[in-house]
Design a protein around this ligand. Structure first.
Ligand code: 5RP
Length: 243
């Protein structure tokens, strides 16, 4: 009983440290935003903090900034936060994209994204941007990419069995991401597709990123290899990692 209480206290402290670290990273990223910019708005809890802070900045500094959301969720939050939106069709360039990540390789700055299943739109917006900035708390930094976090693939539902076969041929360990709350069956993405999570050797991430996308039925994978800057939030400071 006593042990249970101690464990609960410790984990809530860890959670608040992670929250402070996410805030620190988001606040640092806000400094990069200037009047007139078009900004890619990432998805996930860390990006959500950035989006709310950006809404505040637009309001208090009376600047003109347009956002391009990467998911249904970031679109809703941007609208609630008072950020005017544009679509990809309406702009020639995105000045900066700010997004979260599930794992960051400290040396190469390659990432795994897609914990929220939004990586297809995230990659389109993040790769199209002039500058791609990643926000993470320090728990996301790893020495070996993909050991603990699987790479998600967005897959056309009709092709799941052929995609699974192709993945097994590559000695990968695939599993269909299931919805365990409020819906039976698989997680369905914003684009109406399913997610297959896969543990696969990431010794050469660029090659694996290309190869996975060559499997018919795979729309996009969650390996991101074109990152300009990573802002790592710690509870009491930020650390900047650049290529
Ligand atoms: C969503 C993502 C997120 O950026 C990633 O899962 C990190 O989320 P969080 O900031 O909540 O830890 O890739 O598809």
């Amino acid at each position: 009983m006593v042990k249970k209480n101690i464990t609960a206290k410790k984990s809530s402290k860890q959670i608040s440290n992670i929250e402070s670290a996410k805030y620190a990273a988001a606040k640092e990223a806000i400094k990069l935003i200037e009047d007139g910019m078009i900004v890619g708005l990432g998805s996930g809890t860390t990006s959500n903090i950035f989006i709310k802070e950006l809404g505040n900045k637009i309001l208090t500094e009376d600047i003109s900034v347009f956002g391009i959301p990467t998911s249904f969720e970031s679109r809703m939050l941007a609208i609630q936060s008072g950020i005017p939106l544009v679509s990809l069709d309406q702009c020639d360039t995105i000045d900066i994209a700010v997004d979260g990540a599930d794992e960051v390789d400290r040396k190469s700055l390659n990432l795994i994204k897609g914990g929220g299943g939004c990586h297809t739109m995230e990659k389109i917006v993040d790769y199209f941007a002039e500058k791609f900035v990643v926000l993470v708390d320090n728990s996301k930094i790893v020495d070996v990419l993909g050991d603990k976090t699987p790479v998600p693939l967005e897959v056309l539902p009709q092709t799941y069995s052929t995609v699974l076969r192709e993945l097994l041929n590559r000695n990968a360990a695939p599993s269909i991401r299931m919805s365990n709350k409020k819906k039976m069956g698989p997680v369905i993405t914003d684009n109406g597709n399913i997610i297959i999570d896969v543990f696969i050797d990431l010794n050469n991430p660029e090659e694996v990123e290309r190869d996975l996308n060559n499997i018919p039925g795979v729309l996009e994978n969650g390996i991101f290899t074109k990152v300009d800057k990573v802002i790592v939030g710690h509870p009491d400071k930020v650390e900047i990692l650049e290529r």
